[in-house]
Write a protein that binds this ligand. Sequence first.
Ligand code: BGP
Length: 460
Amino acid sequence: LQYKFPEGFWWGSATSATQIEGAADEGGKGQNIWDYWYQTEPNRFFDNVGPESTSDFYHLYKEDIRLMKEIGHNTFRLSISWSRLIPGGRGEVNPEAVTFYNNVIDELLANDIEPFVNLFHFDMPLELQNEGGWEKRDVVEAYLQYAKECFRLFGDRVKKWFTFNEPIVPVEGGYLYDFHYPNVVDAKRAFQVAYHTIVAHAKAVEYFHTLDIKDGQIGIILNLTPSYPRSKNPADLRASRIADLFFNRSFLDPAVLGEYPEELVEILREHGQLPVTRKGDLELIKNNTADILGVNYYQPRRVKAKGHLPNPYSPFMPDWFFDNYEMPGRKMNKYRGWEIYEKGIYDIMINLKENYGNIESFISENGMGVQDEDRFVENGEIQDDYRIEFIQEHLKWLHKAIEEGCNAKGYHLWSFMDNWSWMNAYKNRYGFVSVDVETKKRTLKKSAYWIRDVSNNNGF
Ligand code: BGP
């Protein structure tokens, strides 16, 4: 083997409740913002397809876990649907949801697959969103109650917990760039949402650490987009540094170091954008940092200095400080339109090692979305050699980072199977396993056999 990974390396894949469960109005589930948004504005979604049935994991989890086992997974990430567990967001726990998640967890453990459980993957219960969602401080308390229920119900078997997946995405999508509900564009509200998310994270971490969960760890999952300047001239460097502050360090620093970067705070102060805080919050954040970090990596961010000064009378936006830059000759995923830059994974890991105490981490999502993947079917199987190459090239860089002392413990592909995605519905396919949207039939892709061998050999 040319690339051997450390003993006990985590091989697996990631999913989220809204994207795979289906059964959106079954089993006592309450509504979340995605159910509601689809009902009220179906034409925002690709092909007018909503999250009602998705891959139907709710009914087919046993078959799926059998396939995970078959392809060598020793770990698997899922999220709990808040509105399934506590249909109104607050109050009574739904017993059917408890049964479902117990069954899934037990089935995973019976197959020697360790469950990594995430509490929040973009799916705010509708009632809480109607109160103002993450803009409202009260929702932080509702989240803490929900988190406590999850630890109480499943903490005897689940050791790896995550408070949030990509918390910046609901901030960008819901409050800056109009691709998540409630689709407002207002930076000040965006920063309040981001801030309350970090407070909620810290409260859940604080509570978790009072529990006596043997080998238990809690952390957060961040989509890190390493920021590369067009050139080394000071204006480009500054643009890149500020993009990094807004899109990476706004969550990475408080979650891992326990404090916000001073330069970010200064920028927000100068422009009258600081969120409302409460006494004691900063201490809470300081004292309750993550034990473990999940890194989602898809693409880098390339930026250059602003071509022109922003109009000072226009509403404040992070984009006041940089322009996106399309580097000539960059490698693209031509099936999805995202840049592929494998070395980004290494740069992230080195940064974590040098500036973030080499926190225990793993790649919690990385993957290649492909449109119309059926065109690659031969003999009934999708020949996704492009995905194999994509994963392999990223793993080489991860391997190099580990050799240089980075504390990376695993690799999860996005995703185990093809699933429904936010606004894009089934447009981009990501799985090791293909899912027929009509019949829900599962078929392994070529990459599934490849990853089975990689995980069985712990390398390639
Ligand atoms: C990440 C999310 C996932 C998943 C993935 C692919 O940001 O955590 O939920 O959707 O991106 O993105 P998309 O489905 O938009 O191609």
